[in-house]
Every structure is written in C-alpha cells, then in structure tokens.
Design a protein around this ligand. Structure first.
Ligand code: C2O
Ligand code: CU
Length: 506
C-alpha cells in the first residue's frame, strides 16, 4: 500500500526551512513503495477519441462532460476521481491543422470549472480563463468551445478554476493536432499522458491543501504515478521496431525524468508545439509540468524479455530528491516475435526562424518567496508582489518582448504563457538550439532564463504562471494585457485568483 510518507516528510522538512536557504533537519526516509509488477492484464490503455457528431470531415464536434467517476488506477483498485467523460485521462482530441473543433461542454462537478486548451493559439474568448475569456461554468452549466486549430503538435486540456485541486483530481486530456503534410512514418505511434494522483490509505482523493502553505511552497505531488490513467502498466513492444511517442506531463507538480532502459535512448524530434529544428539523441527525457515531447524510441531488448522504464528522481529543488526513490513507471514487455533489425531513425527537421530581437522590449520578471513573520506561512511573489498586487504586464499587437525570468527561490518553476509560443535564449542572448516553439519551460531554482515572444493581434488578458499549480495559486500567476494600438485594455481575469480561491500561502 502506498502512503503519503513523502508528502509528510517534505512538510516536516519545510517546516524547518528558513526561506533564505537550506537547513535540513530530521528528514524522514521515504518508505520504499512496494511495486506491483506489471500484471498480465494491466496493459497500457490508449486514450480513446470521442464520437464525432459532425459529418464534415474538417469539423470535430464532441460532447465533453466534467464528472466525478470511478476509475481503476491499478488492478482492482478503484477510486472516485474527477474526470472528463468518466476516464483519466479524458478522451484524446485528435484533428489536423486547420480543422475546427466544437466542444459541447457540460459541468457535472460539485464545483465551477472551465476548460483551458494548453498551448493552442486560440482566441481569448476560448482560452478558458474566468473573467478574461468567459464566466466559470457553474455546476450543471454548459459552454460551447469553438475554434480552429492552427498548429500541429501535442497539446492538452485541463480546467482553469482551482486548477491544483481539479487537475490533481484527474481532469486532463491530450489534444493531438496532426500535420497532413508530414512525410515520415513510424510503425507504432502512441500518446502518453503522464501524471500522478494523491490517494489516501482509505482510497480517497487526498485533501489538495495538505501541508498548508509549506505543502504549497513545495508543490504537492501525488503518491501514485499514472501513465494514461494506469499505475505501472505494461507496454508491449516489438524488438527493433521504432515507436513514436507523444508525451505530455499533466501532473500538477511532478517533473518526469524518463530512463529509456539499458543501452537504449530517445531521439527527440519535437517539443511543445510540433517538430523542433532538428532531432537530438537523449539518454533521459525530462518533462516539467505542462511540457510535451515528441520522441522516437526503438526497443532493442531480447524478444520475450521484460524491462522497466523508470521515472527517475529529478532535482526540482529543496526536498525533491532527499530521502526519496525513483519509481518504475512502465513495464515493457518485448513480444516473443523475431527481432527486427532496427533501422536508423529518420532525420526529422523543421525550418524555424529565430524570432528577430531588434526593437524587442526587455521585461524583467522575478519569482520570489516570502514567509510571514507572524504565522510563518509562505507565499510566492512576482517582482516582490503577492498574488493580489502583481501589476499586469502590457503588450501591444506586433510587439516582441524578451523576458528575463529570475528565480530567487529554492524550487524550479515551469513558466507557462497562454496563447503564444516563445523561443528560449541562452545566457548570452543567442537562441537555444535546436530551435523549438515552446509555451512552457522550467526556470531552474536559483537561476535565470531568457525567452523571446512575439505577440500578434489577439488582444486579451493572457495568463502566465508557474505550471506547478500550487505555486500558481500561491502567487506565481499573472497576466499579459495585450491590446491593439488605440484599443481599450482588455478585461482582467475575475478576482486575482482565476485559479480559484486558495488559502495556501496567504
Ligand atoms: Cu496549462 Cu494556465 O495552464
Ligand atoms: Cu513553481
């Protein structure tokens, strides 16, 4: 039986952390989790697509309902989770560049919610942020999302109201946009939604506020890893046959660092928004919350054998690796069929222009943390201001901005910008190669990162926030108010906590 031993030890550890540095006292060792071995009938599931209600081949029209439902996370272990259409992850939404999506959304949760289309360049009205885009959808309410998908790649969807709780409870799904002109073909294609969920010993969803503001400061992780909604499932592969994996990290706080198995590697061909400039061979694949990767992978183990793909510990800051263990994420079964001689991975490239830096506006963003001298609670700050006092950034249509994000805190923060892609710059200001279109990137603890973004004319209040959702609610969340010249500034998100009311860190 898994326990929240780690969650509790982190809280114990943070309780004695002064915000300027690392004092480690009395770290309790995490109890090693007993691994269920990949049971014969616990195969990896494929997120299913939902019935298309529209006969037009270029329109996908679906019903999507947020609803509490029983899900089976490991053989015989059922929990009541929050789901889209009754499953974790929700249905795979799959269409091609230029297609139109119509979603008839219904909220059957006991709480208001919305759907945010993470990474998609949609109009602000479709972005799913209460106040900036739409009103929150109350229990029993409906909303129609309707937009064209402009870019190929793997995206994902999740609520934008009380996100730490709602995403943590199971509300997310993958969104795959195919490029009809893509020429290379890989025999086996898969979509992996990686996440975790926090389950109590009684088999219930853990309270999303566990550990109070220290839990918030760390970013609460679930104690049960999930791949497409299943804990430690089994994936059957053929030796020598290349697979293409589109992977999204939908966990609310956890970073994933995947180990490919002995003697094997990943060839990364794409990032958040579609293919990258050229492919890279990697011994490990790191995904911060919200990030995606497109990788080629050729299992070469002997037919009939099994091995594990591990989720290694990743150092995302104080308390994230101390007294913890990595875990087996997936059990890989190599089918007992003759091995195929592996063919080299296709050379996948994409012409991407670096965003021109001439005339760009410099923007400084500093992530900090404060501890109340009175009750010792933590809250995060942007440029020294707590959540309710962060001034919005401003941008005008056509403007290019270079953001320098300084992270003075002891934890890494994956910054996500809604509605736009950016490119990451090196410390010397040159573009990081291979060039990639990103919407989420980790700013490591006690470090700094620079990115460049060009705003188009989709005026609106576009959020940016840390995708460790506890951190967003604890203060690392604000907006870019984008307007066309001469136009009135767009409405701001309702309240200053568009993710919902959170007492953590306040
Ligand atoms: Cu993935 Cu503001 O969200
Ligand atoms: Cu963060």
């Amino acid at each position: 039986m898994r326990t929240s031993a780690h969650a509790h030890s982190v809280v114990a550890l943070l309780a004695c952390l002064d915000i300027t540095g690392a004092i480690i006292i009395g770290v309790k060792a995490q109890q090693p989790t007993s691994q269920t071995t990949g049971s014969a009938d616990w195969d990896l599931t494929v997120p299913e697509t939902v019935p298309d209600l529209n006969p037009d081949p270029r329109i996908l029209e679906i019903n999507l309902t947020a609803v509490v439902a029983q899900v089976e996370v490991s053989p015989g272990r059922r929990i009541e989770a929050w789901t889209f259409n009754g499953t974790i992850p929700g249905p795979l939404i799959r269409l091609s560049v230029g297609d139109r999506l119509i979603v008839h959304f219904t909220n059957q949760l006991p709480s208001p919610t919305t759907v945010h289309w993470h990474g998609l360049r949609v109009p602000i009205q479709m972005d799913g942020v209460p106040g900036a885009s739409q009103a929150a959808v109350e229990t029993g309410g409906t909303f129609t999302y309707d937009f064209i998908v402009p870019d190929a790649g793997l995206y994902w969807y999740h609520p934008h109201v009380m996100s730490a709780a709602q995403v943590g409870f199971g509300l997310y799904g993958a969104f795959l946009v195919d490029d009809r002109s893509e020429t290379f073909k890989v025999p086996d294609e898969r979509v992996f939604v990686l996440s975790d969920i926090d389950i109590t010993e009684q088999g219930k969803l853990e309270d999303p506020q566990t550990g109070g503001s220290t839990g918030m400061a760390f970013g609460r992780e679930g104690n049960t890893l999930l791949v497409n909604g299943r804990n430690h499932p089994r994936l059957t592969v053929r030796s020598g046959v290349t697979q293409r994996w589109r992977v999204v990290n939908a966990a609310k706080s956890r970073f994933f660092d995947l180990e490919p198995g002995d003697g094997m590697s990943f060839t990364k061909i794409g990032d958040d928004s579609g293919l990258q400039e050229y492919s890279q061979q990697l011994d490990s694949l790191v995904l911060a919350p919200g990030e995606r990767a497109d990788v080629l992978y050729t299992p070469t183990a002997k037919p009939g054998t099994e091995y594990a793909i591990h989720a290694r510990l990743f150092n995302r800051g104080y308390g994230s690796v101390e007294a913890r263990l990595g875990e087996e994420l997936l059990d890989v079964l190599v089918a007992d069929t003759p091995a195929v001689t592996p063919v080299p991975h296709p050379k996948v490239t994409r012409a991407i222009e670096p965003i021109a830096q001439a005339g760009a506006t410099p923007v400084a963003i500093e992530f900090g943390i404060e501890q109340s001298p009175f009750d010792k609670t933590f809250n995060y700050t942007i440029n020294g201001k707590p959540l309710d006092r962060i001034p919005p950034l401003k941008a005008t249509a056509g403007e290019t901005q270079i953001w320098t994000v300084t992270n003075t805190t002891a934890w890494s923060h994956p910054i996500h910008l809604h509605g736009f892609f950016f490119q990451v710059l090196n410390k010397d200001g040159t573009p990081r190669r291979p060039l990639q279109w990103k919407d989420t990137v980790s700013v490591p603890f006690k470090d700094r990162l620079t990115l460049i973004v060009r705003f188009d004319d989709r005026s609106g209040s576009w959020m940016y926030h840390c995708h460790i959702l506890d951190h967003a609610e604890g203060g690392l969340m604000s907006v870019v108010r984008l307007s066309r010249p001469g136009e009135a500034p767009p409405p701001l998100p309702s309240e200053h906590t568009p993710h919902g009311h959170s007492t953590s860190g306040r």
